[in-house]
Design a protein around this ligand. Structure first.
Ligand code: NDP
Ligand code: 8X3
Length: 258
């Protein structure tokens, strides 16, 4: 088993939900953390919490993963002590809307594709060469059950997560012969700010997604990510689907009688 003690992990989208939970799990395991998102104040609160609880060293970077120049300039110019990134967690992402494709918002599509696909690529392209050069690294992409099959209204979000799945597969192939590992984690329903963002702030509609079932928590996903990155170096968990017990497919869920 690999120890995370003093390893450097970069987690995108650490200001909320799954990313923040991964940061907490890694910090508890002794990692140093580069945390990124757009909301600086959230990152600062998390960094203070991690320092108080685990004495964690953090480097906070505030940028939008859709901004190619910002991504490359922030991540290519890391302070010397932070340059040897051991683990990259590409978690930043979102869904917007649940409209039929022919009625959908093109702005929503662009936001999803730019963040979930292009943002992930920009970060990966900047960080992975160092991993290859140092002969050490693990890329964990947060895909989704949505990347395995489309569901009604999911169209472009599902396509973006299918892209994450294929990019993960391709990256694993391209890194064959190096020790760098690649994993695509594919969660089902996880209660975070995800649905509030999807429905543009409509909390009532967001709450209905998780009504009368027990969704995964962000900590459940973080637990699995911690497991994946701590396997011995010869073990690569390439793809992992995790769903709530109350969920079978993206659309087939069991709701208890209220
Ligand atoms: P949250 O909305 O709670 O968190 C999303 C995170 O992504 C935030 O930290 C946000 O930070 C960041 N983010 C979003 N857009 C950008 C951007 N353009 N630039 C930089 N950071 C960005 O949702 P989750 O924690 O649930 O989502 C995390 C990942 O998990 C996503 O990729 C999502 O698709 C995936 N996922 C979620 C599932 C769920 O049911 N919740 C299930 C399967 C996968 P900020 O706004 O501060 O920039
Ligand atoms: C998030 C899970 O089912 O809402 O990726 O698409 S789902």
């Amino acid at each position: 088993m690999i120890s995370l003690k003093d390893k450097i992990a970069l987690v995108t989208g650490a200001s909320s939900g799954i990313g923040a939970a991964i940061a907490r799990a890694f910090a508890a395991a002794g990692a140093k953390l580069i945390l990124t998102a757009r909301r600086q104040e959230r990152l600062q609160q998390l960094a203070t919490e991690l320092r108080d609880n685990f004495n964690t060293e953090t480097l906070l970077l505030t940028f939008d993963v859709r901004e190619r120049t910002a991504v490359t300039s922030e991540l290519s110019n890391l302070p010397l002590a932070w340059q040897s990134v051991d683990i990259l967690v590409n978690n930043a992402g979102l869904s917007r809307g649940l409209s039929k494709l022919h009625e959908g918002s093109i702005d929503d599509w662009e936001e999803m594709i730019d963040a979930n696909v292009k943002g992930l690529l920009y970060v990966t392209r900047t960080i992975v060469p160092g991993m290859v050069a140092r002969g050490q690294g693990h890329v964990v992409n947060i895909g989704s059950i949505a990347g395995r099959a489309a569901y009604p209204g999911g169209n472009v979000y599902c396509a973006s997560k299918a892209a994450v799945r294929t990019i993960s597969e391709g990256l694993k192939q391209d890194l064959l012969g190096t020790p760098v590992r690649v994993t695509d984690i594919e969660p089902g329903l996880v209660e975070t700010e995800f649905s509030i963002v999807r429905f543009h702030g409509d909390e009532q509609r967001a709450n209905k997604v998780y009504e009368n079932l027990t969704p995964l928590t962000a900590d459940d996903v973080a637990d699995v990510v911690l497991f994946v990155v701590t396997r011995p170096p010869h073990v690569n968990i390439s793809e992992l689907l995790l769903v709530p017990t109350d969920q079978a497919t993206a659309t087939l869920v069991y709701r208890h009688q209220p």
